[in-house]
Write a protein that binds this ligand. Structure first.
Ligand code: ASP
Ligand code: MG
Length: 451
């Protein structure tokens, strides 16, 4: 029987009524003839609430104990869903991450999966059961240790659990159920004209997810790309098809071989064979969770950047955009962005190093946001970046920092102007530009609790 992996986010299992609805959906898939493996997140805001509780006791709780605590959220969900499915008369079993064979390293709170061992899951499937696995959690048994410590995979980690299981079980598809109907060309709350993207490549989805679209954990997209797991992002509240994330060639078409089991249904009439993509930009994303740090008048000599960013790396602080301005003098300004939650720590680390280097001062600024355009079509179409800058200039929006990759251009702008930036860019690239593309990609900062 073909295996189908379904993952339900926290919002999809938030209460009894929703759990019943999910149970019915799971049972329907089973009765359609699939071996069904279901991954669930903690209900609603459970994870946030647990974090809050811990922080009331200590500002910086031990990571091992945090994992022990947070894993309970998913454990409640699997049992509740299994009870709901059992009530519908279908054989079912719930498994923790450990029982499901999700083995990880011991980097508590952001553990990496080192091995997936599906024997138990396969046995349960062979016995005719629906298998429910707790997302987000794993267990340490590798690396010479057999401590059986519970670990978690980082926020939004249930997506990664689902994709890892789909890869290991050679599932036909990994369905990610959330509270939005798919991946959109921009955040529909900001841009009413935003459209659902029927199909998007792993590369574009990865950029989107990393640039602020929270429908999928970037790590899960990466894993899916490596193992060619087709992902279907869809809503647990409707039956309409969502967004397919899969391998696409440069023309935006599906290559001949795809799918981790080599069997993938083509998305209903979305791709016309040989049709070239007319759409250069597939989506506009934005991210408000950014902050800017400027090291003013740092000596312009070799090794300075290495010192500053080395110190940040040591503290495991991720740096995103970086610019260095050239001045006439012997000094330069170094500007970079970090995640807003990391700003305080980044400031602290950099101030220390800046002092040693003899820089004049370190400025912190939270009133910034990042807006990006993403699209594989950019590779073949020069002038896209220029058009982006022109559009922002017309709106009187100042660009503070620019960064690019082959398939995206990001600009750091004043936070208060980011909505206007997203709207104008969506209008320029997705409403006015060549319409009715063979396919459109792109996504959004679709904020959802249900990751
Ligand atoms: N419950 C975890 C979180 O909220 C994992 C997940 O939802 O995927 O981050
Ligand atoms: Mg969650």
């Amino acid at each position: 029987m073909p295996v189908l992996v379904q993952k339900y986010g926290g919002s999809s299992v938030a209460n009894t009524e929703r759990l019943r609805r999910v149970a019915a959906r799971v049972v329907a898939a089973r009765r359609e003839g699939f071996d069904v493996v279901v991954v669930v997140s903690a209900q609603g805001d459970t994870t946030d609430d647990l974090i809050q509780k811990a922080r009331e006791l200590a500002p910086n709780p031990p990571r091992r104990e945090m994992d022990m605590l947070l894993a309970t959220g998913e454990q409640a969900s699997i049992a509740l869903l299994a009870i709901a499915i059992d009530a519908l008369g279908e054989p079912v079993v719930s498994l923790t991450g450990a029982q499901g064979g999700i083995y990880t390293d011991n980097l508590y709170s952001k553990a990496k999966i080192t091995r997936v061992s599906c024997d138990r899951i396969r046995r349960e499937l062979a016995a005719g059961k629906i298998v429910i696995v707790a997302g987000f959690q794993g267990i340490t048994v590798e690396q010479g240790s057999s401590d059986y410590d519970i670990t978690t995979l980082g926020r939004g980690g249930s997506d990664t659990t689902a994709v890892a299981l789909a890869a290991a079980l050679q599932a036909q598809t990994c369905e990610i159920y959330t509270d939005v109907t798919g991946v959109f060309t921009a955040d529909p709350r900001l841009v009413p004209a935003a459209r659902k993207i029927p199909v998007i490549s792993y590369g574009e989805m990865l950029e989107m997810a990393s640039l602020g679209a929270v429908v999928l954990q970037p790590r899960a997209v990466e894993l899916a790309a490596v193992w060619s797991v087709p992902i279907h992002v869809r809503s647990s509240f409707s039956d309409e098809p969502g967004t397919m994330v899969r391998e696409l060639n440069a023309m935006g078409n599906q290559p001949v071989t795809t799918g981790c089991a080599g069997v993938v249904g083509s998305p209903e009439g979305v791709l016309s064979a040989g049709a070239e993509r007319e759409m250069v930009v597939t989506g506009v994303t934005h991210d408000a969770n950014v902050a800017k740090v400027v090291v003013v008048d740092v000596p312009d000599r070799p090794g300075v950047a290495a010192r500053i960013f080395g110190a940040l790396a040591k503290q495991r602080i991720n740096v995103d955009m970086i610019v260095q301005t050239t001045k006439e003098k012997q000094e330069t300004d170094l500007l970079f962005t970090v995640c807003r939650d990391d700003l305080a720590r980044a400031g602290e680390v950099v101030r220390q190093v800046a002092h040693e280097l003899g820089a004049r001062e370190v400025l912190e600024d939270e009133s910034v946001a990042k807006v990006s355009i993403v699209g594989a079509g950019m590779m073949m179409n020069p002038g896209v970046a220029a058009m982006m800058f022109e559009t922002l200039a017309e709106q009187g929006i100042n660009i503070q920092v620019i960064s690019t990759s082959e398939i995206k251009v990001s600009c750091l702008v004043e936070a208060s102007q980011v909505a206007q930036a997203v709207r104008s860019l969506h209008r320029r690239f997705l409403e006015e530009a060549g319409e009715s593309p063979a396919r459109t990609g792109g996504s959004v900062t679709v904020a959802t609790q249900g990751t």
